[in-house]
Design a protein around this ligand. Sequence first.
Ligand code: F6P
Length: 341
Amino acid sequence: MRIGVLTGGGDCPGLNAVIRAIVRKGIPGYGHEFVGFRDGWRGPLEGDTTVLDVQAVRGILPRGGTILGSSRTNPLKIENGIARIKENLASLGVDALIAIGGEDTLGVARALHDSGVPVVGVPKTIDNDLNATDYTFGFDTAVGIAMEAIDRLHTTAESHHRALICEVMGRHAGWIALHAGMAAGANVILIPEKPFDIDRVVAYVESRFRTRYSPILVVSEGAHPVDGQMELLGGDLDAFGHVRLGGIGEWLAKEIEKRTGKEARTTVLGHIQRGGTPTAFDRVLATRFGLQAIDAVNEHDFGIMVALRGTDIVRVGLDEATATLKTVPVERYAEAEVFFG
Ligand code: F6P
């Protein structure tokens, strides 16, 4: 078979490990050949391809990013997008497609599959918010980076008797904040799933200062106050009604200073969380996802996404994978709350 491979959406440590596993099993193991599509769905939309053979995947296992490039191009939002992709796949002689991506990318994969294209999906996102898989690769790496940053904030916070806020990624789900905050002993963790009461946050900060220790707050970029306090934000929202990257952390620092009289500073980790080499866990998970994806293609098992369930790599329907986002359950947040203040 001639199989197209693409990586879409925000990049993520481990993408190259998936590509390598697909190619290393697909060519010598099954005798398939591959076409790499550049920059997510832009590749098949414009017929932009690159060579994807055993030589091309040499040495990429520890490398962050993606050798195929990525983009947020969404063919479902482009006139005749799906039809154009189908034409290009046919003229390139591509029999099947492996799409590695998050919710958006896999939503397109599902639409393509529904229109008759044989597609297999591989889940990726540092946010860990994809449904139907216990974990996505990239998450463990992002949490490790955030944890190290928060560890470092503790010592400088103590020296200066300041409240320090670490803003992490997660527009819709607070997994990174929850895990990094728990791992690094944060005194407050704020996530999008649970709107916070600024008065309570300030009370936690003050109680921490009373113990002579400095408060460390971890906040997801998508966290926001409860309804009655939204106007306090001053309307600095993006087109989707979310507080801008850097917005919520900065706002918290100002509120804490105003209400406690103590100094507060914010660190926005931003894209550092997505860059660089994957952890061992992510390399192994990504590799196992790649192996399962090429097995599925080889068995003509299409319309599925590979997923982690417990310690097993399984296949789930693309419809289940894209049905809803996997957000932090209240019980998981309650575990972290034990350590607040
Ligand atoms: O990959 C998901 C994500 O990391 C989100 O947590 C974040 O909101 C978003 O990407 C940022 O995307 P971009 O790099 O396109 O600004």
